[in-house]
Design a binder for this molecule. Structure first.
Ligand code: DAH
Length: 346
């Protein structure tokens, strides 16, 4: 019995030594196998040895083996745990304060979104609300309800990307005028910012996708004076109070009368005959507008004898190019951070 006790002690000591040498998972598993393996592990052999002991010693010897077994199990488990936990701690302690810091780049709003918000805020302050509509439209909303009959040559001015004969990518935000008037009765006072699509080859002033901001006011007693006053206030707030504005007669199928609105060239002030921004004319066309055509009101069951309205539409990215003097519309969509960050300095 004494011999057996000494043997157990010896195993324990050998185990402790092996454990201190085991520095990774693989060597710890080896130690575990040496003791715990069900085939030839040291503990298994000790249990087999029990049979050779005197029957009265067996119970005590069995307890000793069990104690050793628990000890081995516990120690190996805790050593394995220590192996996985301290890694990140160790790395943290190894921070080298002499290294340059890692720069964090924060996201920023896109210049077109920023400019869109600037425009929206001016109209919101005048009591307009924001309306949205689908980018995939039907021929009816994009053209017919806006008073473009099928095959009418006016359609040629909108180079349309058709999906089927009846479905298309909206070429302007004007169809949302119809959707809004179908949804609710006047008074209506909305703006519609959003993406529009045309069949264009990309160049410095064209892209197949760009942004427009549409406006619509319908109520009793609306006149051209409201249109003029609203757009003048908008342009003076967006640019500057003294900016020169001119209304030029024009044509759109969905407005009558129609007007295009120009502002003085903010780059040359009309003084440079070779100005690249206004081609020497001194004026820059900013938007299309007009009184809502009575036929359009009829199309949405609004009585033109009772109600009148005005509408307008302009390019957001195009106007941003003019305001910030950006020579190429493609810069907006190339995601070059050196370009986009310049607009987030506020
Ligand atoms: N939808 C026109 C375009 O894409 C712009 C426009 C002109 C909108 C006159 C209007 C308007 O609401 O009244 O060129």
């Amino acid at each position: 019995m004494k011999d057996f006790k000494a043997k157990i002690e010896e195993h324990k000591e050998r185990f402790e030594k092996a454990l201190t040498r085991a520095i990774d998972e693989k060597s710890l598993q080896e130690v575990r196998n040496t003791y715990m393996s069900r085939k030839r592990g040291a503990l298994k052999l000790l249990f087999e040895e029990l049979k050779t002991l005197k029957p009265e010693d067996r119970a005590e010897a069995g307890q000793m083996i069990n104690k050793l077994k628990m000890h081995v199990q516990k120690k190996i488990e805790s050593s394995l745990k220590k192996l996985t936990v301290p890694k990140p701690l160790a790395r943290e302690r190894r921070i080298d304060l002499t290294l340059p810091g890692q720069k964090e780049y924060w996201g920023a709003q896109h210049p077109v979104s920023l400019f869109q918000q600037e425009m929206e805020n001016i109209f919101i302050a005048m009591g307009f609300s924001i309306e949205e509509g689908p980018e995939i439209e039907t021929d009816y909303y994009n053209f017919e309800a806006l008073n473009f009959p099928p095959y009418h040559p006016a359609r040629d001015d909108w180079d349309t990307l058709y999906i089927t004969d009846d479905l298309l990518l909206r070429t302007h935000t004007s169809p949302v005028q119809i959707r809004a008037m179908e949804k609710r009765k006047p008074p209506i006072r909305i703006i519609v910012p959003g993406k529009v699509y045309r069949r264009e080859t990309p160049d410095p002033t064209h892209l197949p996708m760009f942004y427009q901001l549409e406006g619509l006011v319908v109520d009793k007693g609306i006149t051209f004076a409201h249109l003029k006053g609203t757009l003048e206030h908008f342009l003076k707030t967006l640019f500057y109070e003294k900016i020169k504005i001119r209304f030029r007669p024009s044509f759109f199928p969905f407005t009558e009368p129609s007007a295009e609105v120009d502002i003085e060239c903010i780059v040359c002030g009309g003084k440079d005959e070779e100005c690249r921004v206004c081609d020497g004319s001194g004026w820059k066309e900013i938007l299309g507008s007009g009184m809502v055509d009575p036929q359009v009101l009829k199309n949405v069951n609004v009585d033109p004898e009772e109600y009148a309205g005005f509408a307008f539409g302009m390019g957001i990215d195009r106007t941003a190019m003019f305001a910030y003097q950006i020579p190429d519309i493609r810069y907006f969509y190339e995601n070059d951070l050196r370009f986009t960050r310049q607009f987030n300095l506020k």
